[in-house]
Design a protein around this ligand. Structure first.
Ligand code: ZN
Length: 317
């Protein structure tokens, strides 16, 4: 199969991997004073790089080819992520976040010089002016503009779709009508079912599949979950059935293996075929009903390592 893509991470959060303290989610992950932001502020750059490198290594062992990371802490945050990724085999799409409000255009330009785009907190945490300024700068630089939306409470799609983002994250509280608007605007959505479930939320994957949204899968905050798409897929599958809003295994397999490659503008990487650009992931699994095997039975120890060049040597024999 094609290599999976993790469409939403916050790898910097891996500076702490302890059980999160009790309390409302706002106290945990809300910028700028939530638990997570205090942890980040108290960790040294070296600790952050080591934590991000460990997370990237874990993803590599899981067969992940690319991760799309929301990196807080401005330009320095993105530089630390680049340092953590250097020499590794997981490609990082780094969506940074400018620090100053109102947005300082010089700071934003310096951020976009090292980042692949911007990933904002959410429409309700930012003013319309901030979203417009950031989206315009991303467009002008040929980079991506993404934001969280309708995670803890429903937000109006009229807000988070204007200006049109390249990616929305969560939509756990979106209604079916909201989802239809997102589909009509052709904006892909990264969902993180385990992260949502930790705070008693659940994206309506059944409606997303039925309405035909482009859905990608992410593992969200590295302080709460290992960045394992295999665990994410199985949880998403089982949880959707627990809620009696089942999704198909094929839909979730596409969310990890196909839709993100389209989002990256590299649909050819999702085809397993001679001459494909990447190295496919080979799994030792029963051959029946492949999507179901991938979604419900895969763990990293079933991955058969294929080294680049091995295929050519095998073909030459
Ligand atoms: Zn997030």
């Amino acid at each position: 199969m094609p290599a999976p893509v993790n469409a939403h991470t916050h790898l910097g959060d891996a500076v702490s991997v302890r059980e999160p303290p009790p309390g409302p989610v706002a106290q945990l992950i809300q910028p700028p004073h939530g638990y997570k932001f205090r942890l980040l502020a108290n960790a040294s750059p070296r600790e952050k790089v080591a934590a991000m490198r460990a997370s990237l290594h874990r993803m590599h062992r899981d067969g992940v080819a690319v991760t799309v990371d929301f990196r807080e802490e401005g330009r320095l945050g993105v530089e630390l992520l680049r340092e953590a990724a250097r020499g590794g085999s997981v490609r990082v799409v780094a969506l940074g976040r400018p620090l100053a409000r109102p947005v300082d255009r010089t700071e934003l330009a310096r951020l976009l010089a090292v980042a692949d785009g911007v990933g904002l907190s959410s429409a309700r945490d930012e003013t319309d002016e901030t979203r417009r300024t950031v989206a315009r700068a991303c467009r002008a630089a040929g980079k991506r503009f993404a934001l969280h939306a309708s995670e803890a409470v429903r937000e109006r799609p009229e807000r988070y779709l204007d200006p049109r983002p390249d990616l929305l994250v969560h939509l756990a509280k979106a209604t079916a009508d909201d989802l239809a608007m997102v589909r009509d605007e052709r904006v892909p959505v990264a969902v993180c079912p385990r992260s949502n479930a930790l705070f008693a939320r659940q994206p309506d994957l059944g409606s997303m599949e039925r309405l035909g949204l482009s859905v990608l899968l992410g593992t969200d905050n590295a302080m709460f979950h290992a960045p394992s798409l295999w665990r994410e897929m199985e949880f998403a599958y089982v949880a959707s059935r627990l809620r009696r809003r089942p999704v198909s295994a094929a839909f979730l397999a596409r969310a990890a293996l196909v839709e993100p490659w389209k989002w990256l503008g590299e649909p050819e990487s999702a085809l397993v075929a001679p001459g494909m650009p990447g190295t496919p992931v080979v799994l030792r699994l029963p051959p029946d009903d492949p999507a179901y095997q991938v979604v419900t039975r895969t763990t990293e120890h079933l991955i058969v390592r294929v080294r680049p060049g091995a295929r050519q040597r095998a073909a030459g024999r």
